[in-house]
Design a protein around this ligand. Sequence first.
Ligand SMILES: [Zn+2]
Length: 205
Amino acid sequence: MISQGRPVVSFSLPLLLSLFFALLTSGCAKNNTTRWASLPVAVYSDSSIVGTSASQADLQDAMNFWEQKAGRKLFEYKGVWNSKSLPYTGTASNPGTILENVIFFQNPWPSTSNIIGQTVVTSLDTEIQHAMIMINPYAEFCNGDCIGQDYANSARKNLAHELGHFLGLKHHTDANNVMYPILQSGGSMNGVGIDETALSELINP
Ligand SMILES: [Zn+2]
């Protein structure tokens, strides 16, 4: 979950996500970490997420951001998901089974308007089964470095943040960390940090 650069943080998360965070925040020991059994993991997006070359580049940059930090391939982008069929059962605010790992604009938006992205992860014991990233279709996004577009939210940073949840990361209290829950202005990833220890626990056997 990430909110716009305003001092408002909402915790109106779906139950699945709340449980996921509860599990992650229960401790820092490796055996409490919920993570994918194997990487890279298959991920799709809806056609609007990659609708222009600029938005396509943002998704690629967001995946590259994590892969460069990890020093290995984490995501296997499988192309456009058939938007006519939902990637989950149930409703967006109370999803049941996640059918595939898809990044998509979710309409109607299940959360408050200041939340621009939300990731739902389903897990069994400590193993992530599926994850989906919902993007707020009403939020205003800018592409690339977002120069002179301070009124809009960086699509690239938003995707990088949600991909962090997708990998199993929780929020971080440092505003320079990509997992800080309030989106910082600008679209450049220069100087945007991660918790390397936390990432290492998620990606190494
Ligand atoms: Zn978040």
